[in-house]
Design a protein around this ligand. Structure first.
Ligand code: FES
Ligand code: FES
Length: 129
């Protein structure tokens, strides 16, 4: 699916970090469930609803999670950021007020080599507040 998104549909927000399910940079929401798009066959998209980072902002307004990431400086190089934001959205969609422990547990499948995670966790807490 990641190749379909990036190479066919030119939706390049989902990133290819590892291509084996370990980094979460390719995270998208498929039928309401957070998935690593590098582990899903493109054909499995048929008939399903897919949310990607490209679709979560309004035309004139960032999504609140995107705002919270900016306000908390929760990104540096940014390659992990779309995946973290989609993972955070999947969490907040089902649990609007998660604890710090719940956020850290939920985001364990997303890796960031730059930030040290604290600012990301704070951003998700703020977006849920
Ligand atoms: S690129 Fe899919 S999990 Fe790393
Ligand atoms: S901001 Fe660089 S990997 Fe997360």
């Amino acid at each position: 699916m990641l190749e379909v998104l990036r190479d066919v549909l030119h939706l390049t927000g989902a990133k290819e970090g590892c291509n084996n399910g370990n980094c979460g940079a390719c995270s998208v929401i498929l039928d309401g469930r957070l998935v690593n798009s590098c582990l899903v066959l493109g054909a499995e998209l048929e008939g399903k609803s897919l949310e990607t980072i490209e679709g979560i902002a309004e035309p004139d307004q960032l999504h609140p999670i995107q705002d919270a990431f900016l306000e908390n400086a929760a990104l540096q190089c940014g390659i992990c950021t779309p995946g973290f934001i989609m993972a955070a959205k999947a969490l907040l969609d089902q649990n609007p007020h998660p604890t710090e422990h719940e956020i850290r547990y939920w985001l364990a499948g997303n890796l960031c080599r730059c930030t040290g995670y604290d600012k990301i966790v704070r951003a998700v807490q703020d977006a849920g507040a």
